[in-house]
Design a protein around this ligand. Structure first.
Ligand code: AMP
Length: 397
């Protein structure tokens, strides 16, 4: 079975064609500048040079048509005809309070995705365009929606409700949803398989640390807590997102700088995080680490603040779970930043959780990084959201 995985953004569309026989990626690519002049498709097939198509893509529909043409192209294609694609899996940001899992798309599902435009204003409209473009270009194929929020829908009310008047929950479904759900679902499942955790011993903390960062606690793959909230702004200090802060800060700055809440939210999403703490030096941890090594105090502050918040969250989740069976690091930083992993985990030596400095040298490869006598196993486990979406698509299509 071959599954096309689509991640549609407002002006971009990423795709992968995965052969589910061996879960290998046959082709992947990116359409850029959809609806803007200068659109471009870059199509990659393992072992071949990149195939670049520079052609106007006024709509997502046109982008999908170009993707399908690339997939069947006689020189750069990987299938003889579109009929070989069995189903399409779509990343959808927000399923609101309705969907607790992935679902095969029908008119009702599209209505709910539309009703959630308010909750995911940047992503949900684009995600729906991607679905409708595939329906038009490949009539009759199953489309499956995989929601970034469905993992967090498993939380109990005491973990998802904000302590604000009930009417806002009742009227607007204001609650913690959590994001990176597909990654947390995938990595927590892989963690159980990789470490062979037996039933009854499947309490897992997943640290997804990348440009966007979040941490989840789960038992047997079911979420118990997760650090992002109504939007991906809550929780950890991130690349350019502030993470948690006293809401009164918003009012204070809006009043004193005479800016709107919308403008303030753009600042909190795009101009904050380690980028802001480093004095606008960079949001990339490689830049921050080398600057800190050369004595840049603001870069050091950014790294310290990031680690501090991760430590507080892992510590909190160890309590929430009443002890964990495994801790997994994933995402660009989690998989690659060996010094950051060591800096974070040093705080848990009090509880007998110890990294092995040799094992912790690993980057981007599933591996145990704790000592054999560590009270909790600590691992690096690369995330693979596309594969998670493809597996959900096979399950439902
Ligand atoms: P992601 O959003 O998961 O793709 O992660 C991207 C982030 O991972 C980048 O902004 C970097 O901060 C970080 N990153 C990637 N590779 C490395 C590395 N070798 N060392 C430290 N940080 C890295």
């Amino acid at each position: 079975m071959k599954v096309l995985v689509i991640n549609a953004g407002s002006s971009s569309l990423k795709y992968q064609l995965i052969d589910m026989e061996d879960e290998s990626v046959k082709a992947k690519g990116l359409c850029e500048r959809i609806g803007i002049s200068g659109s471009k498709l870059t199509h990659k097939v393992p072992g071949l040079d990149d195939y670049v198509v520079e052609e106007d893509m006024p709509t997502h529909q046109k982008a999908i048509e170009l993707v399908l043409a690339a997939l069947v192209d006689k020189d750069h294609g990987v299938v003889a005809s579109v009929d070989e694609i069995d189903a399409v899996g779509h990343r959808v940001l927000h399923g609101g309070p309705t969907y607790t899992g992935s679902i095969k798309v029908n008119d009702d599902v599209k209505r709910v995705i539309r009703e959630c435009f308010d909750l995911g204003p940047l992503h949900n409209p684009a995600n729906l365009m991607g679905i409708e473009a595939c329906e038009a270009a490949m009539p009759g194929k199953a489309n499956v929606a995989v929601f970034d929020t469905s993992f967090g829908m498993g939380l109990e009310p005491y973990a998802y409700r904000y302590a604000i008047p009930e009417e806002y929950y009742e009227k607007y479904s204001i609650r913690r949803y959590g994001f990176h759900g597909t990654s947390h679902m995938f990595v927590s499942g892989e963690m159980i398989r990789f470490a062979n955790l037996p039933e009854g011993h499947q309490k897992v903390i997943v640290c997804h640390l990348g440009n966007g960062s979040s941490i989840s606690a789960s038992i047997s793959g079911k979420a118990v807590d997760t650090s992002m909230g109504l939007t991906p702004l809550e929780g950890l200090v991130m690349g350019t997102r502030s993470g948690d802060l006293d809401p009164a800060v918003v009012q204070f700055i809006c009043d004193h700088e005479n800016i709107s809440v919308d403008e303030m939210l753009t600042i909190l999403n795009k101009k904050s995080g380690v980028y802001a703490l480093s004095g606008n030096l960079s949001s990339d941890f490689r830049d921050l680490s080398s600057a800190a090594e050369s004595g840049n105090e603001k870069a050091q502050l950014a790294l310290d603040a990031f680690a501090h918040k991760v430590v507080k969250t892992i510590g909190g989740y160890l309590g929430v779970l009443n002890g964990a069976d495994a801790i997994a690091f994933t995402g660009g930083i989690g998989e690659n930043d060996t010094a950051m992993r060591a800096k974070i985990m040093k705080h848990f030596e009090y509880a007998g959780i110890k990294l092995d400095p040799e094992r912790n040298k690993v980057r981007g490869k599933a591996s145990k990084i704790s000592t054999d006598d560590s009270t909790v196993g600590v691992y690096v486990l690369p995330t693979n959201e596309e594969l998670a979406i493809a597996r959900e698509t096979v399950r439902l299509a």
